[in-house]
Design a protein. Structure first.
Length: 499
């Protein structure tokens, strides 16, 4: 078990001047980022981007938060996002230490290569504890992990490296010594990032006039973090699924059922997989246009490994003999798991649970979805991280069919996309289409945007924005199989190519 460390007090009073902060504390932030990413160039780039995002609201950040913790949280979130991003064919490059100017001997070099094989969050936890001597509470906040999970990652990481704390601490310091990008370069880069954001805001007005004249039959209803008078509790249930998930698993949510699956699993129909590739990749299948269907006679087996989510009245598929399958039924919802490994099948089934109110991504299982174009008074929000909640709007009421919690960096990008969507004033009469789906972007304090996906003949009221590809990039959950007709889809959806 790792020993407890008390975080030392930060030297001096809070630094309110941005350039002074970068000059004094930028090098330590870069050293931390290099430890997390494993590369000098990647670490510097993440710090530059984090400082650029922080510059516009620097005065408020210094007044209300700890800039050190905030910027490290930003760096960790972006590093984790890049680690999860699918590699394009032929573009994957092997992770390797950047040129360290002879700082490492062969033994240290070998240890550093073992370090690079650790997950990003595990590296972040160990860097915070050993390189920066942070408390467990700070580690948990920066990495967005429960404290218990952070401790577990630290223990697993030390075992994987075969090191004790003092040895690894010395190795991290040896690797990051001398990593100190020039503060003036960091400040200049941050200023350029902030300037580009302002220029995009200036261009919104002209774009709004152009698109309003053309008209787009889809919309986003936006307001700054409002609850709209609804009785919502966006915070997750007390027993978070992430706390019991095996290492390397993610959560999937559907109609009040939640489970964990390996990170590498995709989304889509299990039947007829050989139309898409030569090897069956485990998937999570939800009912829908691309969901439950007949198998392909040319496929053997006709069912790919993965998870199928269905209602109890829906027909069950035939499972090939070479897949170990099991089911769990909760309140009329069936979770079928089929994999070549019986232990993995049981491992996934063991994570299945029922959710009464709010899932671990922060999405309500059922909730009211207002008519498109409706506005609500704004309320203040201190939350940053966004939850993406996808609902079917049908006879039984809006039901949550998929959810996702965005990283802090992705949340900021999603908010920027929503803010940049042109505002439109149009005639009355925006109607929900049959079989409509809605996506809610929400925080712990309340909703940020309602995105209506259906047939809409008009837009009305302030706060109604045109639906843009940038908004859809964040609104459409990975593996999204909802309506596509007339949507201004981005070039790529998150997690799979546009089709």
């Amino acid at each position: 078990m790792l020993a407890e460390h008390a975080r030392p007090s930060l030297a001096g009073s809070p630094v309110s001047d941005f350039e002074e902060y970068v000059a004094g504390r930028g090098p330590a932030l870069v050293a931390f980022a290099v430890a997390v990413t494993g590369r000098d160039d990647a670490g510097v780039r993440l710090v530059q981007n984090a400082l650029g995002r922080a510059l516009a609201g620097w005065e408020g950040l210094v007044h209300d938060e700890d800039p050190d913790a905030h910027l490290r949280r930003d760096v960790v979130a972006e590093a984790a996002r890049h680690a999860r991003r699918p590699r394009r064919e032929g573009s994957e490059r092997r992770a390797r230490p950047a040129d360290h100017g002879g700082r490492l001997d062969p033994a240290q070099e070998a240890r550093w290569r073992r370090w690079l094989r650790l997950p990003v969050l595990t590296r972040a936890v160990l860097a915070l504890r050993l390189l920066e001597d942070r408390s467990w509470a700070e580690v948990a906040w920066v990495t967005d992990l429960p404290e218990r999970a952070a401790r577990r990652r630290a223990e697993h990481g030390l075992r994987a490296l075969g090191d004790d704390e003092p040895t690894l601490t010395e190795a991290l310091r040896a690797r990051t010594v001398g990593v100190d990008a020039l503060p003036v370069e960091l400040s200049s880069r941050a200023a350029r990032v902030s300037t580009r954001r302002r220029e995009r805001a200036v261009r919104r007005g002209a774009l709004a006039l152009l698109l309003a004249a053309v008209g787009v039959p889809l919309l986003v209803s936006v307001w700054p973090a409002t609850t709209g008078g609804l009785d919502l509790d966006p915070s997750p249930d007390d027993s978070l699924l992430e706390e019991v998930l095996p290492e390397g698993f993610r959560t999937e949510s559907w109609r009040g059922v939640e489970l964990g699956v390996p990170d590498g699993w995709g989304h889509g129909p299990l039947a007829g997989w050989c139309r898409d590739g030569d090897l069956p990749t485990p998937r999570v299948e939800r009912p829908g246009p691309d969901g439950v269907g007949d198998g392909d006679e040319d496929c053997d087996p006709s069912l790919a490994p993965g998870v199928q989510l269905r209602l109890a009245g829906d027909p069950a598929p035939d499972v090939p003999d070479d897949l170990a399958a099991g089911e769990r039924t909760l309140d009329g919802r069936v979770v079928l798991v089929a994999t070549p490994d019986a232990d993995l099948t049981e491992q996934v089934l063991a994570t299945v649970r029922s959710v009464e109110r709010t899932d671990s991504a922060g999405c309500a299982v059922q909730r009211a979805i207002p008519r498109a174009g409706k506005n609500f008074p704004a309320v203040e929000t201190s939350s940053v991280a966004l939850s993406v909640c996808r609902y079917e709007v049908g006879v039984t009421g809006p039901n949550l069919v998929q959810s996702e919690r965005l990283s802090v960096i992705d949340s900021l990008d999603a908010r920027e996309a929503v803010d940049a969507a042109p505002t439109v004033v149009a005639p009355q009469g925006c109607l929900d289409g049959p079989g409509e789906e809605a996506v809610v972007l929400t925080t712990a304090d309340g909703d940020v945007a309602w995105i209506h996906l259906g047939r809409c003949q008009g837009l009305d009221d302030e706060g109604t924005h045109l639906l843009t590809p940038d908004v859809l990039f964040w609104a459409l959950t990975p593996g999204w199989d909802g309506p596509r007709q007339d949507l201004p889809l981005p070039d790529e959806l998150r997690g799979l190519p546009s089709r």
